[in-house]
Design a binder for this molecule. Structure first.
Ligand code: MG
Length: 223
């Protein structure tokens, strides 16, 4: 059983379904030579893919091109189905920063053949995730900044104001099809700047508020 940590919660929370949003920043869709979607694109990762601050990403031998994707993450606190946009943020327990590690060559092959992305996106250690900061500290999830540095060099940085589909929209849309439960996690999509990682790399990811203060962070190494 995998768990996540939430600020203010005395006990770890059991991780549920991990729902990841694709192409949720226009500049990233462009760098992937993909169309900007008209409704959210999503896929799932198994909870067993989660790793925490200080742990290691293990590169699977099946891929020669593993990419980082830094993303704001959302922890569902109160479940529901057909959640309205107006009520959506009441269902959020916390916000964090995560990495949607991707086997880019395997994904490209799957796209070409029309096959699922499960291997490219769901392999063990593909979901590094930070401790979640309480939602009460994030009045506006569209006023945050996501940042990633690799070996101390800045690689990805963007404000969540650029999200094509903001958190309220994602929760309303997803909950039409998938009943959300406490412990479910949404990866909200990556901005531009995705790139290959190599053994020995150290990846540091940050979720900052509008004043530039780091609310939570994550450091993992590549094995
Ligand atoms: Mg992603």
């Amino acid at each position: 059983m995998r768990t996540v940590e939430l600020e203010g919660s005395p006990e770890p929370i059991r991780a549920g379904t991990i729902i990841c949003i694709g192409r949720n920043y226009a500049e990233h869709a462009k760098e992937m030579k993909s169309d900007v979607p008209t409704s959210p694109i999503f896929f799932l990762k198994p909870a067993s893919a989660l790793i925490h601050d200080g742990e290691a990403i293990v590169l699977p031998s099946v891929s020669k091109d593993v990419h980082h994707e830094v993303e704001m993450t959302v922890l569902i606190g109160k479940g529901g189905k057909n959640i309205s946009r107006d009520a959506a943020l009441d269902h959020v327990a916390g916000y964090g920063i995560g990495l949607d590690m991707t086997l880019r060559d395997i994904q490209a092959e799957a796209k070409k053949k029309g096959l699922p992305w499960a291997l490219a996106k769901g392999f063990d250690t593909s979901a590094p995730i930070s401790r979640f900061v309480s939602a009460s500290k994030v009045p506006n999830p569209q006023a945050m900044t996501v940042e990633l540095s690799v070996n101390g060099t800045a690689r990805q940085k963007e404000t969540t104001a650029q999200l094509i589909f903001p958190v309220q929209h994602l929760i309303a849309y997803l909950s039409q099809f998938i009943t959300l439960e406490r412990g479910d996690i949404i990866y909200t999509g990556t901005p531009e700047g995705v790139a290959q990682v190599h053994p020995g790399d150290t990846l540091s990811a940050f979720l900052k508020n509008g004043s530039g203060k780091t609310l939570t962070s994550l450091t993992v190494r590549v094995q």
